[in-house]
Design a protein around this ligand. Structure first.
Ligand code: SR1
Ligand code: MG
Length: 428
């Protein structure tokens, strides 16, 4: 099935981008000087879009444009253009909640499906930093703050339901990318599918065993249903470590094109999963044995920090809300009401941990056996080493999906991650 290209749409290149930017006064002014002197770099390394960084005499911008197909595959995988619209909606909707934890949206063009945001400099992508073994001590806490703020403030805990329903209706139209997630995360790795790939032949047995594991498929299918039917909060929708930009003093969450209302554990689980894959990949980036052991431990500590900060802020933010239709404050003004509500918040956080672990398991599996892989594994040159480390991650992922109620705390997850690595290292 092809895609209808709306009149006026054309993919931008160096020349047409300069001309277009010159015609948008606010952007041309921000860049400064003649357009011929601007530098234009196409840096898109994600799966879907064109991304240009443009620098002028007085400033810079980042320009993102949808293509009518999946960039890394080409025209054989058509994809509607509206994804930048949903990203722009998410950026403008959540700016009030998260402030400078996301880039500022400067402009959106509905004909070209182009969004322009502030240029983040001297930031780098968190995934690249984790591969290089570089520490950004504030990043995990900042991402936790971002998820807690969006999780509470976009929901009926903080807003009248009419407002939430209206916003959810806008994002419910982000169907093309919801289908991508539905298929790539919750279905493809568990069935024969031509676009799946894995380290073969090393992981052929693991891929086959997952395809025939009815309990595992049921656990994933339940999460898939929750993803499609629950509308707890406005999700980022693709919160992996490639969606986080870091500098020594600043962290920003970028790329919310998969935005939709859904279960908050999906965002939490995605981020935890991608930190876990970074952890498991570390030995593959060593130039001498044991060189990354401390760094691996540091990544696990970031998962702990992420979860603890999220729990703290989620509960605080919920406590501060007075306008939400959920848990109306007027029902809980007495001392025993306050206590009951505090217990309820604890229960909510325990349920969120349960969801987080399940979604994390599903994310790890799809990044190793599905279509879209993670660079921390892909960059390991020796396929046997890579497959051995991926197998460790798969073992933990399976446990996260099938035994999530046994974990009960984030520390138990980290201990299990260590145990998988140590046991595997002994038998290797
Ligand atoms: C066809 S898009 C594949 C993946 O890239 C995005 O970043 C999402 O993670 C999606 O699942
Ligand atoms: Mg992305």
């Amino acid at each position: 099935m092809g895609i209808e290209i709306p009149a006026g749409y054309r993919p931008l290149d160096d020349d047409s981008l300069r001309r277009w930017l010159s015609g948008v006064a606010v952007l041309a002014e921000r860049l400064g000087g003649p357009s011929a002197d601007w530098t234009v770099e196409e840096v898109g390394d994600g799966n879907l879009n064109l991304v240009f960084l443009v620098r002028g005499a007085t400033g810079g911008v980042c320009v993102k444009q949808s293509l009518p197909y999946v960039r890394v595959v080409g025209e054989s995988w058509p994809m509607p253009l509206e994804r930048t619209f949903f990203e722009a909606c998410h950026l403008s909707e959540t700016a009030a909640h998260v402030g400078r934890l996301a880039p500022a949206l400067l402009h959106y063009d509905a004909t070209l499906f182009v969004l322009v945001e502030e240029l983040l400099e001297p930031h780098r992508v968190l995934r690249g930093a984790l591969i290089a073994g570089v520490r950004y001590p504030d990043a995990a806490r900042a991402v936790a703050e971002y998820v807690a703020k969006n999780g509470v403030l976009s929901s009926v805990l903080a807003q009248p339901f009419e407002k939430v329903f209206d916003r959810a209706a806008v994002f419910a139209a982000n169907q093309a990318l919801t289908r991508v997630t539905t298929e790539l995360v919750f279905a493809d790795p568990y069935r024969e599918q031509a676009r799946n790939r894995w380290s073969s032949p090393q992981l052929d047995d693991a891929a086959a065993s997952i395809r025939h594991d009815a309990r595992l498929k049921l656990a994933v299918a339940r999460l898939g249903q929750a993803f499609l039917t629950r509308h707890d909060a406005l999700l980022h929708g693709d919160l992996h470590t490639g969606s986080v930009m870091v500098s020594a003093s600043d962290t920003r969450v970028i790329d919310p094109e998969f935005a939709r209302y859904g279960p908050l554990g999906f965002d939490l689980g995605n981020f935890v999963a991608n930190l876990l894959t970074a952890y498991f990949s570390q030995p593959g980036h060593e130039t001498r044995a044991g060189e990354r052991t401390d760094y691996g431990e540091w990544i696990l500590a970031q998962i702990d920090l992420f979860w603890r900060h999220f729990v703290l802020r989620y509960q605080q933010l919920w406590r501060e809300q007075t306008e939400g239709d959920a848990y109306p404050v007027t029902l809980f003004e007495e001392a025993d009401g306050q206590r009951a509500l505090q217990d309820e918040r604890q229960r909510a956080v325990a349920a969120l941990l349960d969801d987080t672990l399940g979604f994390a398991g599903a994310e790890i599996i799809r990044r190793i056996l599905g279509f879209a892989h993670n660079r921390e594994f892909e960059a390991i040159p020796d396929p046997d080493v890579r497959a051995r480390l991926e197998r460790r991650a798969l073992q933990l992922a399976r446990r996260l999906l099938l035994e999530k109620e046994r974990f009960g705390s984030i520390e138990a997850v980290l201990a299990a991650a260590r145990a998988v690595s140590e046991y595997e290292a002994e038998v290797a």
